[in-house]
Design a protein around this ligand. Sequence first.
Ligand SMILES: *Cc1c(COP(=O)(O)O)cnc(C)c1O
Length: 394
Amino acid sequence: MLEQIDKDYVLHTYARNYVNFKKGVNATLFDDQDKDYIDFTSGIAVVSVGHGNKRVADKIYEQVSNITHISNLYAIEPQAMLAKKLAELSGYDIRTFFSNSGAEANEGAIKIARKYGETKFKNKKYKVLTLENSFHGRTITTVKATGQESMHASHFSPYPDGFSYKNAIKDLYSSIDDETVAVMIELVQGEGGVQPFDKQEVQELAKFLKEKEILLIIDEVQTGVYRTGEFLASNLYEIEPDIITLAKGLGGGVPIGAVLTKHKDIFSPGDHGSTFGGNYLVTTAALEVLNILEEHKDAGTLDETMIYFNDKLNEIYKNNSELFTQNVGLGLIKGLRVKDADTLAAIIKSAFECGVLVLKAGKNTLRLLPPLTISKEEMNEGFKRLQNALDKIK
Ligand SMILES: *Cc1c(COP(=O)(O)O)cnc(C)c1O
């Protein structure tokens, strides 16, 4: 039923699994046959406070029963409060623009960089350097910024000028010329294979770019909002980027993106905008998500969860050394490198059948992004099922 309607009426952009989820409670999902699944994906790092979170649901209900949307032509109280909260939690002296997604947040970041490059220098600077295996979005511009050749299909061309990507951070230095305005990187490459960069290497890059007055854009669409243990991965890396983008985990499931920048006066009215961006619904939800996660962090329970999850994952890694070659990632953005892509596909399928949801990243990385509020019982059950799933394919 669902499968047929979906196939008949929805464009085929995803290789879908036709399970029909009907209910969610924290990190547990139930399908229409009442089979339950432990969710180690959180909707790709989105459902940061778990499924069916009552505190967020109550706030959303209260807000949409009153005002959902009025447009950005008027001040929006929860939007202003959320921007203030982002500045406080990050510790940076910043202002925020709200978008509806990660790609749009990155578009905003690129527009800030381009305007900076036009107004700050005699000769316009406009080039943005990124890294191989990065992921920055699916719009024509952000897909071009994405350092994966397979995503630059000719049927979508021509792409905008001014984007190129390099193999590694050390290769960025020699690629900078007098038209380079920004470097955009993730601190842990998510889609590319859960690959964290070396802290010192990133700090040295940040220092170098600052001296050259080239902007550092950190795409924290996946790593932001406590995913690595700190509010931002940039906090963990102890850098002060010019621009940071957020989306996935920020709204706990409502679509919201954000561009944070210390160039607080870069935009004038008319430079940028969004109809839906930062409306009452999404900013009310995001504020409550941040309240919940801030309490989780301050109480020490987020750190405990990360330690417990990592211990359990390490057991799986060690007990299945014939399948896995590397244990990668930080906090609750984790991956196990699988010996080959076919084995990874078999693991994901077997895990689903055994009632645990896991993801792929890059070519051969098993990716785990559980809700940050996952319980000990859910972790125990999820890892038990994952071991079952591995035993079945050995
Ligand atoms: C998911 C992701 C994006 C794109 O976000 P959308 O909301 O899908 O547009 C951009 N950058 C990174 C690092 C991501 O993980």
